[in-house]
Design a protein around this ligand. Structure first.
Ligand SMILES: [Fe+2]
Ligand SMILES: [Fe+2]
Length: 131
């Protein structure tokens, strides 16, 4: 039985456009985890690529929003995104089975989502942007 990942409430920002994207990214990793263990490498790589593309566009949207809101740590946040994207690309090049790759990618996604929780949540709440 394939495990499914889910974001807990504590990992939500309270700002729907970003929370919805984090959830969609988790679903994209669930799709990767659900591939059969003996799946061909091309299909695994294509599924991971779809996740990486979605992750990159999420990072762009988030950085744009943070900049618009005047979030003071936008630049370091963007640097962190770039580091995580580089790690995802390394993971893709290294390859592996769907179970290992989805677990590793999930750690990277959680690092992204949790960092927001720590860095941006109180800023967004203070400015009336997040619930
Ligand atoms: Fe982020
Ligand atoms: Fe994010």
């Amino acid at each position: 039985m394939v495990k499914r990942f889910e974001l807990s409430d504590g990992m939500l920002l309270g700002y729907a456009p970003i929370d919805d994207e984090h959830r969609a990214l988790v679903e994209s990793l669930n799709a990767l985890a659900a591939l059969p263990a003996d799946c061909d490498q091309d299909r695994i790589a294509a599924t991971l690529d779809a996740f990486i593309d979605a992750f990159e566009s999420h990072c762009r949207l988030e950085t744009e929003r943070f900049r618009e809101f005047g979030f003071p740590k936008t630049e370091s946040h963007q640097q962190h995104h770039d580091d995580l994207i580089a790690r995802l690309r390394e993971l893709r090049d290294q390859g592996g089975n769907p179970d290992e790759l989805s677990s590793e990618a999930l750690w990277i996604l959680l690092e992204e989502a949790i960092r927001e929780g720590l860095q941006a949540k109180s800023f967004l709440q203070h400015n009336g942007i997040a619930d």
